[in-house]
Design a protein around this ligand. Structure first.
Ligand code: R5P
Length: 297
């Protein structure tokens, strides 16, 4: 078996390989003067099971294209089976035509990933809202893993929060709030969110009240931080004592992290699906567990 990380996830791939007692395979990746990408696989992959790890984050088009070049090349070089781990799967939020004529980006990206020869695909807390299962989008075997139990374990280990109320800032965050609350043996609720623009949201509470409670807000993605800031404001106005925030994919665009701390969050905790200053939790054990279960050779 070979483990190969594209340039957005090379450190994560190295960690996964280390936990499996091996070294990740090397690639040569650079750009031609006109911006075109050059990619070369530096090891013999003929007849091998190859695990490719590549998040499609921050420069999504660039990292997606790199993934496509890599998998197509591996298959062309004779790799027996190529399994894609795409820890952060961009474009999943554009799963519907909200305005006439819009691209169904989620579907297009999924098709490209299949067309280059990915044999099976794993994602981690992929944004699943209107699309509820990976199999609604992919024709190849697919599985969406969750980092929420790992994040909850980390929160518990820090000991900052006492029996926290877990809050998901919108309806689709219920899946993550439930997982985190189960792990922390506590209760959860979700808010109602209306998106006004790509940076502005309106949030309303439902049943739970945070008065005199420690709170953990959980979400899949923090991008501009707008969602978390609005949730923090509501929870503090209800009388929450301390609030920590956990997310799987800390994209943290612009001043998101500063905005969240300024609004009063004590800790922001993310994973290394997207490398960031708050990527305290590694998803490597999740990937390793899956590789062991699937019996790669
Ligand atoms: C969308 O509903 C996601 O689950 C996140 O809540 C959203 O992407 C966060 O975006 P932002 O940080 O820009 O509010």
């Amino acid at each position: 078996m070979k483990i190969i990380g594209g340039s957005s996830s090379d450190a994560l791939a190295a960690k996964v390989a280390r936990e499996l007692g091996m070294k990740s395979s090397k690639l040569e990746i650079r750009k031609f003067p006109d911006g075109e990408k050059y990619l070369r696989v530096l090891e013999d992959v003929k007849g091998e099971d190859v695990v490719v790890i590549q998040s499609i984050s921050h420069s999504p088009d660039e990292f997606l294209f790199e993934y496509l070049l890599l998998v197509d090349t591996l298959k062309d070089l004779g790799a027996k089976r190529v399994t894609g781990f795409v820890p952060y799967f961009a474009y999943a939020r554009q799963d519907e035509r909200f305005k006439p004529g819009e691209a169904l980006s989620f579907r297009t990206v999924s098709k490209l990933i299949e067309d280059v020869g990915t044999d099976e695909i794993y994602t981690i807390d992929m944004h699943q809202h209107r699309v509820l299962k990976s199999s609604d989008v992919f024709k190849i075997p697919s599985r969406n893993l969750s980092a929420m139990p790992l994040l909850a374990d980390y929160v518990e280990k820090t000991g900052n929060l006492q029996k926290p109320l877990v809050i998901g800032p919108d309806a689709e965050a219920e899946q993550w709030a439930k997982l985190a609350a189960e792990r922390l043996h506590t209760d959860y609720d979700v808010f109602e969110k209306k998106r006004l623009s790509s940076e502005n949201v309106e949030i309303r509470p439902r049943k739970a009240n945070a008065k005199d409670r420690d709170v953990l807000i959980v979400d899949d993605i923090i991008s501009t931080g707008g969602t978390i800031v609005e949730a923090l404001k509501i929870l503090f106005s209800q009388g929450a004592k301390k609030i920590d925030v956990a997310c799987t994919h800390p994209l943290l665009m612009g001043g998101a992290l500063a905005k969240i701390y300024e609004t009063g969050a004590q800790n922001v905790i993310g994973t290394d699906t997207v490398p960031s200053p708050v990527s305290y939790v590694s998803v490597a054990p999740l990937i390793v567990e899956q590789i062991k279960k699937d019996g790669f050779r």
